[in-house]
Design a binder for this molecule. Structure first.
Ligand code: CAA
Length: 304
């Protein structure tokens, strides 16, 4: 039996490539009002401009009608940085899509819980960080993990992991924290399906299914480049043409963002202690140099 997601209004926190993509599919496919908040006004405006470009492109390709595009755009509203998280009052779910940093996410979820109370579902788009740790941060002050209010607060936290580019990639990975309720899981799954996605489920292990498998592959490719086993182009072409991957691992790392790849790799390494997850020194140095891939104009490839 299909479950109604009951999400009448969505809040999206973070207007980078992931947050923007999530807002796009929610407004266009799930057809619900979306509020986007970011601490940077510049980033918010950049995000909206990109959404306009995507909608125009889809109309020009005949994938959606101009009425669909107009309606989708009208469903998206910005919450200005100065309004803070209180701008999300009244939403049924918030999806957080900020950078991969546990302390930052815990602070955000603590504040979301304090501002919005126990009702809305609080989802994280994290690629690797423990949803259980994030859920524990939502327990209100004075409550405990076993008190009724504490349990209720943590039980509405879930991982909803979208893939980049969100409008194109068909998957959402659903991650249950130890504390997540069945109702939260069912509603989050139903919402991802309403966004046009297929859903797989993973336990709350470092990197979940997707990145526990993808990141060692990318990291190994970087180590092979570092060791001089093959050139950048030979590594990428081998995987593209030999295995029919849409992108080689080095190009994919640039596309994801080298800072994100490093953060995920560090979470895998710290969370398992397994040396197979040790980040490559070259990846660390490239992030030190602020060569972050496509978004910064330079990574394994140049994008200027
Ligand atoms: N936003 C929205 N749409 C985009 C886009 C973007 N940033 N980039 C490309 N597209 C769309 C194009 O408009 C095009 O749409 P149509 O089919 O309607 O024409 C479609 O994607 C294909 O694009 P192109 O023809 O320009 O280029 P391509 O065939 O080389 O495909 C790609 C581009 C879809 C990105 C493809 O290279 C690909 O699938 N790459 C692998 C992506 C991937 O693995 N993503 C997962 C990364 S891991 C992750 O996100 C999770 C994590 O936790 C790290």
């Amino acid at each position: 039996m299909s479950v109604a997601h009951g999400i009448r209004t969505l809040g999206v926190l973070g207007s980078g490539q992931m947050g923007l993509g999530i807002a796009y599919v929610a407004a266009l496919r799930a057809r619900i009002p979306v509020l986007i908040h970011d601490r940077s006004e510049v980033q918010l405006q950049k995000g909206l401009a990109f959404m306009d470009k995507l909608l125009d492109k889809d109309v020009n390709k005949g994938k959606i009608s101009s009425i669909d595009a107009k309606e989708a755009r009208e469903r998206v509203t910005i919450i200005a940085p100065e309004r803070g998280l209180s701008g999300f009052q009244g939403v049924d779910m918030v999806i957080e899509a900020v950078s991969e940093n546990l302390a930052l996410k815990q602070t955000i979820f603590r504040s979301l819980s304090a501002e919005l109370g126990p009702e809305p579902i609080l989802a994280s788009n994290t690629s690797s960080i423990s949803i259980t740790k994030i859920a524990a941060a939502t327990i209100p002050e004075g409550e405990t993990a076993s008190s009724e209010k504490g349990k209720k607060s943590a039980s509405r936290v879930v991982g909803l992991h979208y893939f980049n580019p969100v409008p194109v990639m068909k998957l959402v990975e659903l991650i249950s924290a130890l504390q997540t309720s069945t109702e939260t899981l069912d509603r989050a799954r139903a919402f991802a399906i309403a966004c046009g996605k297929e859903v797989t489920t993973s336990k709350d292990v470092p990197g979940f299914v997707s990145n526990a498998l993808l990141m060692p592959f990318i990291n190994e490719a970087i180590m092979w480049l570092e060791k001089g086993v093959a050139t950048r182009d030979d590594i990428d072409t081998t995987l593209r043409l030999g295995m029919n991957h849409p992108m080689g691992p080095l190009q994919l790392a640039d596309f994801i963002g080298l800072d994100t790849c490093l953060a995920i790799q560090q979470t895998l390494y710290a969370g398992t202690g397994d040396s197979k997850y040790r980040p490559s020194v070259l990846l660390e140095r490239m992030v030190d140099a602020q060569w972050l891939g496509k978004k910064s104009g330079k990574g394994f490839y140049d994008y200027t």
